[in-house]
Design a protein around this ligand. Structure first.
Ligand code: ZN
Length: 281
């Protein structure tokens, strides 16, 4: 089963059609139907390693300042409690908690899956990002998840390699600042040629500006770990580009050649009244 990293950007992408969402749709159409989807989302960033283990995970609207239509989005995919035990097994002795009542399906997950798998019929399980752990922990945990690919589990990591909300310029719907482009391009070279060294991007001169907080960067480490456990030559860029100057929208696949998507247009304009840097995207 393939795996992917998606740069999810603005949650409004859930309601839009543009070249990024077209690529996510193409991804969903190209993969063989998975038994389940395991998602590592930037938006479940907690002080533990955990998986959702409820049979009916709720759709979480973990943002504010966006239009009611976005709060109305539901992604009613079932959970798969058995997968929680499988994840725990494959990463043993790393401890993985089973969350039965706190999280669900957050917008890092559903803003992508509404395009990739719109009928929400495939079970979805989320794996949290343990905020207490160093970058190498996440790279190694990603590699340990590799056996799940042989068992019909599609692993999707969702974040943004470059993600600096304080530097966003909403007018730049399809452009990136020089430092954002430098970092994203060097990250791309690393992912495509030497993914096991992806965590050493923390020494890059633009790391501080590109990754002011690690939550959106870390999901890419899971794909890098999986790529290192497979063959880096199996990594492809699904789509790339920038949003608001300070976000990169680059997405990668592992073990999937996806036909080029035909969507047009960059990221959405901000909704009226959104605070300039206060939204949790
Ligand atoms: Zn986000």
């Amino acid at each position: 089963m393939p795996a992917a990293f998606i740069g999810h950007g603005n949650p409004m992408n859930a309601l839009e059609t543009n070249r990024f969402t077209a690529a996510w749709t193409a991804l969903g159409r190209s993969v063989p139907r998975p038994r389940a989807i395991l998602v590592v989302s930037a938006h479940w960033y907690i002080n533990a390693t955990a998986v959702t283990a409820m049979p009916r995970p709720r759709t979480i609207h973990d943002f504010y300042g966006f239009p009611p239509a976005l709060f109305d989005v539901e992604y009613p995919a079932p959970g798969l409690p058995d997968l929680a035990a499988e994840v725990s097994d494959v990463v043993h002795p790393t401890w993985v908690g089973a969350d039965v009542d706190s999280w669900g399906i957050d917008h890092g997950t559903w803003s992508v899956l509404v395009h990739a798998f719109p009928d929400a019929s495939i079970p979805v399980v989320q794996l949290s990002i343990n905020a207490d752990k160093p970058l190498d922990y996440h790279l190694e945990l990603g590699a340990e998840l590799a056996p799940l690919r042989e068992r019909g589990v599609l692993i999707v990591a969702s974040g943004n390699v470059v993600h600096n909300l304080r530097r966003m310029d909403w007018k730049l719907t399809d452009d990136g600042f020089d430092w954002a482009q430098r970092f994203d391009e060097d990250a791309k070279t690393r992912m495509l040629t030497d993914p096991t060294e992806f965590a050493t991007l923390d020494a890059h001169r633009d790391f501080g500006e590109a990754v002011p907080t690690p939550d959106h960067f870390i999901p890419a480490l899971y794909l890098a770990g999986l790529a290192g456990a497979a063959d880096a030559r199996d990594v492809d860029v699904l789509v790339d580009g920038y949003a608001y100057g300070s976000l990169s929208m680059t997405a990668y696949t592992l073990g999937l050649s996806c036909p080029p998507a035909t969507g047009e247009g960059g990221s959405p304009q901000p909704p009226a009244g959104l605070p300039p840097d206060g939204s949790n995207i």
